[in-house]
Design a protein around this ligand. Sequence first.
Ligand code: ASP
Length: 292
Amino acid sequence: MATFALALHGGAGDLARYRGSGRLEEAEIFMATLLEAMAGRLRSGTSALDVAMISVEAMEDSGLFHAGRGSSPTSNGLIEMDASIMHGRDRKAGAIAVARTLKNPIRVARYVMEHTPNVFLAGQEVDDLASAAGSDVVGKDYFIPCDDVGAWLPSSGTVGAVILDSYGDIVAATSTGGTLRKRAGRIGDTPVIGAGTYADNNYGGISCTGVGEYFLRTSAASRVISRIEHLGEDPNAAAEGIMNEITTMGGHGGMIVVDKAGRVAMPFNTSGMYRASIDAMGTRIVASSDVK
Ligand code: ASP
């Protein structure tokens, strides 16, 4: 039995249309490799906070998902990225929105959590924090605009990680380029603590993906954890409860949840969600579409 658990996602969306293209397999191989590397770090005692950040950074850098390098421009032709991270031990959190030049938005979200008295920053000031936070600054050429690769990118493809380490800490982190072809200035659920990201060591952690407006309207992340807290539900029942609300409202997406016992749930209502997990029993899942 593992003394840790971890779940990763690379976004939920209409992944069925990539069948036969090789794209799903490429992403799954990437996720499987990342999963094993992160499990190795957890086994050797790296904290949930570091593993959450390292795994999200790897997905940001991969260009395979709609976050970091894979982000596509908004209606004004500019990149606008959002990210957040939350530590379940003390429920400290950091979030940023509308970042334009950060190589690793999650690194700056962590900086906001650890080195400012604030939770949520947006605008030019976020990009200005790059060097303090240790994120490289990148130009427009760095990004692989989704329009250039067309169907190669999912219709949404936020990345996220929820990590339970052997010290009992739970950290959730999420990073996105937003929904594809989003309106300039639009901010989704990803950087909103309680909507796209939440963690509490006493109950669990969660990272969401999908059409953010629905996750904002349902306060999805905090309500999944509230169901675990108040209804005593397991992660699967709690996540399905909120996913059902989102489905009824017409929303699409998915979420990854890890509870304090190391149980994992990864429901989605789209044709696929890039995902990978190891629960506390050591059960591994790496998948992209169909079988949930
Ligand atoms: N939830 C993200 C947003 O609304 C998009 C995604 O998950 O792909 O910005």
